[in-house]
Structures are given as C-alpha cells and as structure tokens.
Design a protein around this ligand. Sequence first.
Ligand code: C2E
Ligand code: MG
Ligand code: MG
Ligand code: MG
Length: 285
Amino acid sequence: NADTALYHAKEQGRNNYQFYSVEMNEKASSRLRVEHGLRQALEHQEFFLAYQPLYSLIDGRVTGCEALIRWKHEGKLMPPAEFIPLAEEVGLINGIGDWVLHEACRQGAYWREAGVGIPCIAVNVSGAQFKESLLATVTRALEKTGFPGENLVLELTETALMLDTTKTERILLTLQKMGVRVALDDFGTGYSSLAYLKRFPIDKLKIDRAFIDGLPHDSDDKAITASILDVSRHLGLETVAEGVETQEQAAYLTAHGCDVAQGYFYSYPLSPDELETVISKSNVI
Ligand code: C2E
Ligand code: MG
Ligand code: MG
Ligand code: MG
C-alpha cells in the first residue's frame, strides 16, 4: 500500500544518504592519504621515470623518447593522471617537476657518455610549472648534468600557453635561445588556437591519442588528423602522433606525412635498460 511505499522510499533515501556519505569520507580520507604520501614521495625516492621510444615514420629509427613519471605508492603504481592533478592542486608540482627534469637530464647525459644514441628526451611540463622560474630550473638541470639543451624537448599543453601570452612568448623565446625545443602536447584537445602556432616559437605538435584512435576508419578522426598534419607541414613543424596502437594507424599516418609515431604498436614505456636494448636493435646503420 501507499504507506509501505512511503516507508520504503524514506528508508531507501536514508540508506542512500548514508552510503553516499561513507563514500565521501572514504574519498576524502584516501585523498588525504595520497596527499600525505605525495609529500614524502620525493624524500623516500618513490618516483622513477619510464621512457617511451619515439619512432621516425621516415626511416623507422628511434628519434628519441618521452620521460613519463611513475610512482609506487603503498605497493602499487598510481597513474600520473591521478596524482599529477593532485600535486598541482596542493602545490607539490614544482618539486616533482624539478626532480623529473634533473632525472631525465641525468639519464640523458649518462646515455650520451655511454654512447647510446638517443637523440632527444622529451619531458612533460605541467601548466603550473610553466612560469619564469622554469627557465632557472632547466638551466640548472642542464648545467648540473651536462646534458645539452639541444637534446631536450619540453612538452607543454595549449592551456599552459594561453594564460598570459606575453609571458609565454618571453619564456618560449628564452628556451629557444637555450636550444631547448618545445612540443605542444595533446594537440587538438585544448584551446588549439592556430594563432598561437604562428605567434609562438613551437617546434613540434603531438596529435592527441583521441584522434589517432579512430584511424583509419572514422571519418572525423581522419579529417582532423589530416588537417593537423597539413597545417603542421605548412608551418614547418614536426608532427608526432600519440597512442599509435595498430599497423593500420601507422600506415595512415605515414601516408599523410606524419614524421614521428609513439604508441603501444611500437613500444610500451620502458625502463632505461630496456630502452637501451630497443635502441641498439633499431638504430643499426
Ligand atoms: P602524455 O604526456 O600525453 O603521455 C602519453 C601517455 O599515453 C602516457 O601515459 C603513455 O604511457 C600513454 N600511451 C603511450 N602510448 C599509448 C598507446 O598506444 N595507447 C594508450 N592507450 N596509451 C598510450 P602515462 O604515462 O600514464 O601519463 C599520462 C599523462 O600524465 C601524460 O600524458 C602527462 O600528461 C602526465 N605525465 C606523465 N609524466 C609526467 C611528468 O613527469 N610530469 C608531468 N607534469 N606530467 C606527466
Ligand atoms: Mg607528453
Ligand atoms: Mg601527450
Ligand atoms: Mg595525451
């Protein structure tokens, strides 16, 4: 009857409410735990870098690699997509970002000394790191490790560049003077203003995985990818396709003039030792 229905509705409502609030508490406390863990992670040396090789679509050689941060937290690997935004929010990204830059440059300098031919290393720079002080951090990392600026690529997002365009221009021009190259990461997912490509000294575009996904069948992905490749070629930029997972995607990209590909089809992110092995096999003359 109607009364019972009402009773159930109320009961359900209360249960839902309790469930909801328990979940909220769990979320908040796990967030606090992660935040606490992040604060100690540098000191406890819990971060390390994985390196994903980038392949030339022209000759198949490894042209470089992207350094990707890894964090072993409470015995498990936590994906950067989960902890980097939190690190940005709680003001820990600068310390982490400094560590990533130094570690990637240290590894790169070691590879050069050991005669491992890795032309360049790309390092992700978060929006919150993209400010004047980044220049000092990069300078220090290069000086301390002896890694040449010409071999360093910084991956920035469109969102980071658009905040203060005058400042952005100044920072990018200084990086250019240092020989450091700049890639626009996840291109096409942010504020993709073509005017920025004209105004700022940018060297590479990385087409976001979202558009590579549907190749070579999805007509929207095809149109978007082909257009980006076209604009990029006319502006003299190097184009890198992210998230290439199949032979067909690689073939489409090669046919449309993409320069470089990165993705599980070629290789997963690797340990430094594994990357050395891949390079010694791929870059034989
Ligand atoms: P991103 O810079 O766009 O890096 C590419 C991501 O795609 C990496 O995820 C990589 O493992 C993944 N990936 C590569 N090939 C494939 C593929 O074929 N299929 C699929 N599904 N995925 C592929 P990861 O390492 O989990 O990093 C995620 C994001 O976290 C990065 O995206 C970047 O935005 C951020 N990140 C990673 N390392 C750092 C870092 O050191 N500093 C900062 N600020 N951000 C970082
Ligand atoms: Mg990247
Ligand atoms: Mg990317
Ligand atoms: Mg991406």
